[in-house]
Design a protein around this ligand. Structure first.
Ligand code: AMP
Ligand code: ZN
Length: 472
């Protein structure tokens, strides 16, 4: 069945087709962290959903080019640096480092690029785009010297959020610092420098200042992925105004449809409320580790619910994650033992062969709950078959191979390595000797014997390494 996603733009499930279907290349842009504090696990729910998306597309044979930006200049970062009395770059650096550390703990695949908004190359691109928007009448410089996007000139403004512009006008409420704008909904592309910004400023044709948050993403996305991208992600709070503004700015410059599929993840909640820095109801990755949980357990807890369903964070949920992983570990150990025993079953259970139900569930708008449902149902049934001596070594091996495949998406291998049995180590040593003597036939036989015991030898540049069959 074809791959399909819920597109926020159309509010419909759509079949996935990339910009260029003649290749398997897919471009993905994901809004990254604003580095004014350590990201909380709500942010990481969004990044884990994006990780799942990338890994599933890869499993389906797509070649992904993913960009995740780092917002290292905006009101919050500037305020933070001022309060800490350190230069902006020094202030943001610590949170960038923490972000990469936490992402690694959660086994989130690295994007191909992590452009930073303050990189000169992108600042130039932002200035260039703003200039073009002014030239087309889509932006104007107001009396306060800032440059704003003129939303009334972009008829599609509001389409992504399904927002009625007249409602925006009818509120009639205008904040003090927005008097200069033509329309309350006009958003800043370039913010004129003021005292509060200290030495954070760049020169532009409109005077010194800094870019608005929205133009940062339009510039970095198009600079690295081109005018049209396949998938753009973020949390639902990014839909308006951030992503709406990204569309207006980018399409205002290129005249082309910017994004084919908009995917947004629902929030991580605490007691029914969005987990947010501003509400103070958040946990960071180190907070969770300090309670004795592992990165793997947190990854599972954030991954296991469909991305469009709000997920309530609880400690019971963490405990459930631990138990589910324990079941997977026990099952893998049992299968490995069975493979090692080379046993033949009296009768073969119906669960002799895994199906493609896991992948197919993910094809359906990344339905991870259904995919995991199939995994646990399979665990239950193969365990039962093993109890009744109805699973043979070949079937056990098939299940381990299947696990290896789905684990490229889940990345849930145990944190601690399983001890290597002495027998396996001895066989590996004999194989090394055979290889040294260039006795390839013997070496292959020994590899097969090792495999029969549920292990495999991987020849790495640091020499041969042993791993349980099926481990990623
Ligand atoms: P920020 O650093 O605030 O720009 O947010 C980074 C990413 O985290 C964005 O994609 C947000 O939409 C997302 N995000 C923020 N809070 C939550 C939350 N409680 N649950 C899920 N995603 C969130
Ligand atoms: Zn963004």
């Amino acid at each position: 069945m074809a791959l399909r996603f819920f597109n926020t733009y159309s509010r419909k499930i759509e079949e996935f087709e990339s910009v260029d279907p003649s290749t398997r290349a897919v471009s993905i842009y994901t809004c990254g962290p604003t580095v004014y504090s350590r990201a909380h696990i709500g942010n990481f729910r969004a990044y884990i959903f994006e990780d799942l998306l990338q890994r599933h597309l890869e499993l389906r044979g797509y070649k992904i080019h993913r960009v995740m930006n780092i917002t290292d200049v905006d009101d919050k970062t500037i305020r933070g640096a001022r309060q800490a009395k350190v230069p902006l770059t020094k202030f943001t650096e610590q949170f960038k480092t923490a972000f990469f550390e936490d992402a690694k703990t959660l086994r989130i695949k690295r994007a191909d690029e992590f452009p930073a908004a303050t990189d000169r190359r992108y600042i130039d691109r932002m200035i260039e785009m703003i200039g073009e928007l002014i030239a087309r009448g889509l932006a104007y410089q107001a009396d306060d010297k800032s440059v704003y996007f003129r939303i009334n000139k972009f008829p599609d403004y509001g389409k992504l959020a399904h927002f009625d512009l007249t409602q925006l006008q009818s509120t009639g409420r205008v904040k003090h610092d927005e008097y200069d704008k033509e329309h309350i909904g006009d958003f800043a592309l370039w913010k004129a420098w003021d005292d509060e910004d200290g030495d954070v400023k760049w020169n532009s044709p409109w005077g010194p200042g800094r870019p608005g948050w929205h133009i940062e993403c339009s510039a970095m996305a198009t600079a690295l992925l081109g005018d049209q991208i396949d998938i753009h992600c973020g949390g639902v709070d990014n839909i308006f105004p951030h992503h709406e503004a990204e569309i207006a700015q980018t399409e205002g410059v290129t005249g082309k449809k910017f994004v084919r599929y908009w995917l947004h993840c629902a929030h991580l909640l605490v007691d029914g409320q969005k987990m947010a820095k501003s509400l103070g109801n958040f946990y960071t990755v180190p907070d969770i580790l300090a309670k004795g949980y592992t990165g793997r357990e947190l990854r599972y807890a954030l991954l296991r619910v469909h991305y469009r369903v709000p997920l309530n964070f609880t400690w019971e949920g963490m405990q459930e994650a631990r138990e589910s992983l324990g079941r997977i570990d026990e099952w893998l150990a049992r299968l490995q033992e069975l493979v090692g025993s080379a046993r033949r079953a009296d009768r073969t259970s119906q669960r002799g062969v895994p199906t493609s139900a896991f992948e197919e569930a993910l094809d359906d708008d990344l339905n991870i709950s259904a995919a995991l449902g199939y995994l646990f149902e399979s665990i239950r049934e193969t365990n039962r078959a093993m109890d009744q001596d109805q699973l043979d070594a070949a079937s056990a091996k098939a299940w381990l191979d299947w696990w290896k495949r789905i684990n490229t998406v889940l990345d849930l291998k145990p944190e601690t390595e399983i001890a290597i049995p002495v027998e396996v180590t001895q066989l590996a040593e004999q194989r090394e000797n055979a290889r040294r003597e260039k006795d390839w036939k013997r070496s292959d036989e020994l590899r097969d014997q090792i495999s029969e015991l549920g292990w495999e030898v991987r020849d790495t540049k640091d020499g041969p390494k042993l791993a349980p069959s099926g481990a990623a």
